[in-house]
Design a protein around this ligand. Structure first.
Ligand SMILES: NC(=O)N[C@@H](CC(=O)O)C(=O)O
Length: 425
C-alpha cells in the first residue's frame, strides 16, 4: 500500500500540521514529520475533512447506463470529496431483490472509488402495493439497512406501517419520499405565486408536510427508525421539530439545491431546474438553513439525479425531474454555511455515516482513524462547466456559476482516489 505524508494541512480548520498515512490509516499527526517512503503532498492552505458520505445518490445502473453508471457516478463522488454513497433503488430493474442490490454492491467494489452502499426498494417495483423482500436484501452480501421507494412515496399508510415494523428486526430504516400523490397530480413546480403567474400546475408544500406528519406518528407508534428524504419546506421543518421534541426516531436530509435555489428559476423554463420535490421559496430556504444549523435537519444529501440529454433538453412538462449534485455539494455547503468545518463534517460525513451504519466512514482525521478523508482548498473559486464534470450526464443547475472551494484530494482507506483534483481511476 502507498504511504502519504500530507504537509501543513489544517484538520477541520485547526492550526496546520503534518499527517502521515500508512497501511490505510492515519498513523501520526504533528509538525515536522518525516517518512522517506511516503509520497509528499504539500497541503498549504488546504483543509482536511472526514470523507463525505452521501445518503441519497442515483447511479442509474442497472438500466440507464447512458445517464450514469456505478463507475462514472463513483468517480463524480470521489471528485466531490465523497468516500461513500448510498445508491437509490429506482433503477431498471428496480433494486427490490437480493440479486440486484448485490449487483450494484459488486459494481461499486469493482470501480473502487467510493464505497457504494445499495438502498433497497420498500415495495416490489416501487409500485406501492406489496413489500419487497426486505429481509433477503438485508441478509445479502450488500447488507442493506436503508429501504426507500424514492421517486415514489410509500403512500399506503398500512404498507408504510408494515415496512417500518419489518425493518426493526435488523435496525433498518425506511427513507420516505414524502409526497402525497393525490395532491401532486400533474404538478410541474412549487405551488405559489410563480406557478400561478406561469400557469404551471403546482406541487403544494402540504403534500410533503402531510406525509411527514403521518409518518412520524407511524414511526412513533411502532418505535421504528424513519428518515425523510429531501425536505424542502418550512412547514416540514416545523413538523420534524415537533416530532424530534417528542423523541420520535426520525432523521432528515436537505439537498444543496433546496438550500440555494428558488422557484423563480422556473421563469427560465429551463428544465435543468425541474426537480422533485420542486425548488421552493426564499422563506423555505431560510427555514431549511436554520434547521440545518440547529440540527432539526440532520444531514445534507445530494439527491444526485443524472438524466440523459433527451430527458432534460425538451419542453419543461416532458422533462424528467432531477439534477446533478455530487461534484458541487461541498461548494454549495461552503457557500451556504461558510467555513464552519465542524458543522460541515457533522452534516456531510459523521451523521450520514452513523445513520447508514457505515462504521468505516465519518471519522475525523486523527491517529488511529481510517485514512478515509478529503482535502479541500477553501480559497479556490471555480466556474462550473458541465462538459468538465465526471458524471455521464450534464444536468447541473450551476452551469457557468462561480462557486467557492475545490476538492484537491480524496483518500479511501489510505489509497488516493483523487489527487491534484483529478480522479486516479
Ligand atoms: N429527485 C428527482 O427529481 N428525481 C429523482 C427521483 C425523484 O425523487 O423524483 C430521480 O431519480 O431522477
Amino acid at each position: 500500500m502507498n504511504s502519504y505524508l500530507i504537509r501543513n494541512v489544517s484538520i477541520l480548520g485547526a492550526a496546520p500540521t503534518d499527517l502521515l498515512i500508512r497501511d490505510g490509516v492515519v498513523v501520526e499527526t504533528g509538525t515536522g514529520l518525516s517518512a522517506s517512503d511516503a509520497t509528499v503532498i504539500d497541503a498549504d492552505g488546504l483543509v482536511a475533512l472526514p470523507g463525505l458520505v452521501d445518503l441519497h445518490t442515483h447511479l442509474r445502473e442497472p438500466g440507464r447506463e447512458d445517464a450514469e453508471t456505478v463507475e462514472t457516478g463513483s468517480r463524480a463522488a470521489a471528485l466531490g470529496g465523497y468516500t461513500a454513497v448510498c445508491a437509490m433503488a429506482n433503477t431498471s430493474p428496480v433494486a427490490d431483490t437480493a440479486g440486484v442490490v448485490e449487483q450494484v454492491w459488486r459494481l461499486g467494489r469493482e470501480a473502487g472509488l467510493v464505497d457504494v452502499q445499495p438502498i433497497g426498494a420498500v415495495t416490489v417495483g416501487l409500485a406501492g402495493e406489496r413489500l419487497a423482500e426486505l429481509g433477503a436484501m438485508a441478509e445479502s452480501a450488500a447488507r442493506v439497512r436503508i429501504f426507500s421507494d424514492d421517486g415514489h412515496c410509500v403512500a399506503d399508510p398500512r404498507l408504510m406501517r408494515r415496512a417500518l415494523e419489518y425493518v426493526k428486526a435488523f435496525d433498518g430504516i425506511i427513507a420516505q419520499h414524502a409526497e402525497e400523490p393525490r395532491l401532486t397530480e400533474g404538478a410541474q413546480m412549487h405551488e405559489g405565486e410563480v406557478s400561478t403567474r406561469l400557469g404551471l400546475t403546482g406541487w403544494p408544500a402540504v403534500a410533503e408536510e402531510a406525509i411527514i406528519a403521518r409518518d412520524v406518528l407511524l414511526a412513533e407508534h411502532v418505535g421504528s427508525r424513519l428518515h425523510i428524504c429531501h425536505v424542502s419546506t418550512a412547514g416540514s421543518v416545523e413538523v420534524l421539530r415537533h416530532a424530534k421534541a417528542r423523541g420520535v426516531r426520525v432523521t432528515a436530509e436537505v439537498t444543496p439545491h433546496h438550500l440555494l435555489l428558488t422557484d423563480t428559476r422556473a421563469e427560465t423554463y429551463d428544465p435543468v431546474f425541474k426537480v422533485n420535490p420542486p425548488l421552493r421559496t426564499a422563506t423555505d430556504i431560510a427555514a431549511l438553513r436554520a434547521a440545518l444549523v440547529d440540527g432539526v435537519i440532520d444531514i445534507i444529501a445530494t439527491d444526485h439525479a443524472p438524466h440523459a440529454v433527451e430527458d432534460k433538453e425538451c419542453e419543461w412538462a416532458y422533462a424528467r425531474p432531477g439534477m446533478l449534485g455530487l461534484e458541487t455539494a461541498l461548494s454549495i455547503a461552503l457557500d451556504v454555511l461558510g467555513p464552519q468545518w465542524d458543522l460541515i463534517a457533522e452534516r456531510m460525513s459523521r451523521t450520514p455515516a452513523r445513520i447508514a451504519g457505515l462504521t468505516e466512514h465519518g471519522h475525523d482525521p486523527a491517529p488511529g482513524a481510517p485514512a478515509t478523508l478529503t482535502l479541500v482548498d477553501p480559497a479556490a473559486r471555480r466556474v462550473i462547466e458541465p462538459a468538465e464534470l465526471a458524471s455521464r450526464s450534464r444536468n447541473t443547475p450551476y452551469a457557468r456559476m462561480t462557486l467557492p472551494g475545490r476538492i484537491v484530494a480524496t483518500f479511501l482507506r489510505g489509497e488516493a482516489t483523487v489527487l491534484d483534483g483529478k480522479a486516479l481511476k
